[in-house]
Design a protein around this ligand. Sequence first.
Ligand code: WT7
Length: 633
Amino acid sequence: MSAISINTPEEYQKAYKKSIEQPEQFWEEIASELLWQKRWDKVLEWNFAEPSVKWFIGGRMNITENCLDRHLSQRGNQTAIIWEPNDPRDKARKITYSELYSQVCHFSNVLLRNGVRKGDRVCIYMPMIPELTIAVLACARIGAIHSVVFAGFSAQSVADRINDSQCSLVITADGLRRGARQSGVKTVVDEALKQCQSVHRVIVFNHLGWEPNMVSGRDVWWHTEMQQVDGDCKAEAMDAEDMLFILYTSGSTGKPKGVVHTCGGYTVYMEYTFRNVFQLREKDVFWCTADVGWVTGHSYLVYGPLLAGTTTVMFEGIPTWPDAGRFWQVIDKHQVNIFYTAPTAIRSLMAAGVDHVLSASLSSLRVLGSVGEPINEEAWHWYNLHVGKERCPIVDTWWQTETGGIMISSLAGVTASKPSHAGNPLPGIQPVLLNNQGEVIEENGVEGYLAIRFPWPSMIRTTYGDHERCRVNYFDTYKGYYFTGDGAKRDEHGLYRIIGRVDDVINVSGHRFGTAEIENAINQSKHVVESAVVGYPHDIKGQGIYAFVICEVTPDNPELLREEIYESVSREIGRIAKPDKIQFVSGLPKTRSGKIMRRILRKVAEGELSNLGDTSTLLDPLVVDQIVAERIL
Ligand code: WT7
C-alpha cells in the first residue's frame, strides 16, 4: 500500500506538494492500488460552472470486490464486523470476511430475484445490525443505488425520500432497540408506503422476533428469501461514474436533497482517507459510533474499514444505557484500537461524571477521532485526558455529506494537532477562505468562508433528479468554487478551525437540519400561523433549536400547544428535530419587504441582548421588545 500511505511529516509535505502540482498523477497512483475490472482512460475532467466532475473516466470496477473479494485469500478468516448488541447481556456477533462475502452474495441474489436491476434505487430503513451493512453491500454489488434512511426519521420523511428517487424496493426490519426503548420499524415503512407508488417489494429482516403485518404480494421475509438463493454472485462491472448511493441531507431551503456519490472516486477516496487519517495498522479494531444512516456510517463504519480490510465494530445501542460507561466497556471488551465519535457524545458522557470512564482500562486505544461539529476545548481536553490518557492523538475530522470523506484533519500523530482545530487539509484537498466579496484571502491568521477550489474524487456529483439545485447550492455563491456553507479561521501556522455554518442550517448533536425544514413542520400544526427557527449554543447538543411561533389566538394553555407542535415535528421529520424551546410571539421582526430578520432572533436565542443592531428599519420595531421581554431562558 505504498502510494496510499503517508506516515511522516515529510511524506505529508511531499504528498501535498505533488497533489497540487500533479493532481492527476497523484490520484492515479492511489487508484492503481485498488482492484479495477478495466483501467480508466483519463483521470479527470471537470468544471465547477455546470458543475461536471468526472474521475477515472472509462474505468470499470465494483466497490464490493474491493471490500470483500480481494481480501478473501489473505484475510478470509479475519473478523470483518464485530456487532455489539444494545443489551450487554446479549451475545456479540463476529462475522468474518468470508462469511460477510457469502452473506452479501446471497443477499445480492435475493435482490435480483425480487426484480432489482442495475440503476434501480433501493431504500434501506433498518436498525444498527449487520444486515444493514449486508444490504448496503448487496445493492452495491449488483449496481443498485442505495438510499439509506436513518431509522429515527418519521414515515413522512421516509415517504419523501422514497418518492424523490422513486425507489422500487425497501429493505427493513421488524423493530429496533435503543437503550431501554424498543420501537417498530416496519410499521413506519407501512405508514410511509401509503404515499409511495414506486415500491413493489419490501424485504423484512426478523430482528426481534415480532410479527409485523406482512402485506401479501408485497412483503417478504429476509430469511425465507435467503434460503431460495445460492452464494454465487458476480459483481456488476460499474462505470467509475455510475451512481453508488444517494444520501439525503438538509440544506437551507426546501426538502432534504439527495446527495449523489459515484463508484470509482468514492472508493479511492475512502480507502485513502481511512488509512491515513487514522494511521491504520494491520489487525486494528476500529469503532465508529455513527449510525449507518448518516454519511459517517457509510464512509467510516462500512466502506472505509472494509476497503482497508479492517475489523469494524457496529454498536446497536446508545452511550448512556444501561449506564454512561457503555462505550468504555465496549472498548475494553473488543479491544478497540481506534475510536471515532462525535463531540455531542463526549459532552453527554462528561456530564455523567468521570467515574464511568475511570473504571475502564482503555489500554487498547491508540487513536481517537471526532466528527460532526466543532469540538469545544473542554470536551477535547476531557477526551484527551480521560479516554486517551494523554497518549492517543486526536484527529478532529472536518467533512460533509457532500464531500464523501474527510477533508481537513491532522493525520494521527503525524501532522500538527491543536485543540478545537481540524488542522491541515489532506493531500489532494485545496481549501480557501473567501471574504465577503468572494475574493481569496491568502494570508494566515484570518477568518472567512470555507470553499474548495479543485475537485477531489469523492465530491458530490449532483443532487438526485435536480442538477440545478446542486449548482445553485454549492457552486453559484462563489463562482469557480465548491462552497461548503461553513465559516472557518486559519491560524498563523495554516491550521484550520471550523467555526460553524454561515447559512440557515443548524447542527444539532451532529445532525443537520434546515431552519426552513423545521419551520415547515411546525407550521403543519393546526393553530400555528407562522414560525421562525434559529439555532443557539447548547451545552450537550452543540446547537439547540429555538422556535418563535405565532398562533391564531394567544394560547390559553401553552403547554398543550407545545405538545401539538412536538407532535407535528415528530410526524414530519422525526423526534430528533424536536425544538428545545418554543416561544409564542405575536409578531416576528421583519423588514419592510417581509423578510424575517433571523440575525435578531439568533441574538435573542443566544441571550446577547445588548447588541441587537439597528431595529429601526423593521416593519414593526416594537415586536422586538416583546420578544426580548418574553424570551425563554
Ligand atoms: C457539517 C456537515 C462530517 C460527517 C458528519 C456531519 C459540521 C462536521 C466537523 C468538524 C467542525 C464539523 C460542519 C459541516 N462539521 N465535522 N470536525 N469540526 N464542524 O455531516 O451532516 O453533512 O454535516 O458538519 O458544519 O458543514 P453533515
